[in-house]
Design a protein around this ligand. Structure first.
Ligand SMILES: O=C(O)[C@H](O)[C@@H](O)[C@H](O)[C@H](O)COP(=O)(O)O
Length: 263
């Protein structure tokens, strides 16, 4: 690994959200400067709620503290092979937690959901999503991997991230940008996910992990040799200092890994 990932710890989820806001808006600024758009991938789980808390808080009125949602392109780091209004859909989750709550005056993100015509065939579903990424990122043929401005990820209690699970063959995928999975140990079993090379190629990668249910896995990922082979550990390994962990104190109880003081 190059330089180590950054670990930020705050006293509770609300304080995590406040700092996550600052970080995401720094990434927005960099994305807008680079290509007049902010291309971000989001996970499911608890992340959309924390993200909404971060982004929907009142702005101090400055440009740096204002989400410019009409410049946002939101993609899914992973998605379940279910209709968009299904209770398991990550799109539905992001829509209900965040998109539906954005006041009109703040603009409207472009949201890239899965192609529901292909729910019966997860490989096709993954291929279509990869094509969508190619159209969005690869204006030039030379693009080998999409470069998200930011990937906002969760960390499961087993160390999974996106739908990349420990010891799964998908961790060895080197060609595809988006892969299908039919045997996810976390239900529902049929999903698509960004692959590890796409995740580690992002300009910035943020994990948001809160609550005491995460402390054992965070200790493994951040403090132990074995934890390096868990999916989150592989992201740390592959992306190093581009990675930032946003945690609350209960998630890192007993973790020795050094905290960063400020963003
Ligand atoms: O669709 C999914 O299942 C998620 O994208 C998954 O990768 C999630 O981010 C983690 O399981 C953490 O979830 P929590 O934040 O709810 O623990």
């Amino acid at each position: 690994m190059g330089k180590a990932p950054n670990l930020f710890t705050y006293r509770d989820v609300d304080t995590v959200a406040q700092h996550l806001r600052v970080y995401v808006l720094q990434c927005q600024k960099a994305g807008l400067a680079r290509h007049d758009a902010f291309k971000v991938a989001v996970s499911g789980g608890s992340l959309p709620a924390t993200l909404a808390k971060a982004l929907l808080a009142p702005s101090n009125g400055s440009e740096d503290d204002t989400p410019q949602f009409n410049k946002w392109e939101i993609f899914f780091a992973d998605e379940r092979a279910v209709p968009l209004d299904h209770e398991d859909s990550n799109y539905r989750l992001v829509k209900e937690e965040l998109l539906d709550c954005i006041p009109e005056s703040m603009g409207k993100p472009t949201v890239h959901s899965i192609d529901i015509e292909n729910l019966d065939d997860t490989q096709k579903l993954a291929d279509r999503y990869q094509e969508l990424l190619m159209n969005s990122f690869a204006a030039k043929d030379s693009v080998k991997l999409p470069t998200f401005d930011l990937l906002l990820l969760g960390c499961g209690p087993d160390g999974h991230t996106c739908s990349l699970f420990p010891n799964h063959e998908l961790l060895r995928e080197t060609d595809a940008w988006v892969a299908a999975i039919e045997d996810s140990p976390k239900p529902p079993p049929r999903r698509i996910t960004l692959t590890l090379p796409v995740v580690t190629h992002g300009t910035k990668i943020a994990f948001v992990a809160t609550g005491s249910g995460k402390k054992d896995v965070l200790k493994a990922i951040l403090d132990s040799e074995e934890g390096r082979s868990l999916p989150c550990g592989l992201v740390n390994e592959g992306a190093g200092e581009k990675v930032s962990w946003f945690t609350d104190s209960s998630a890192v109880e007993g973790v020795a890994f050094p905290r960063r003081g400020s963003l």
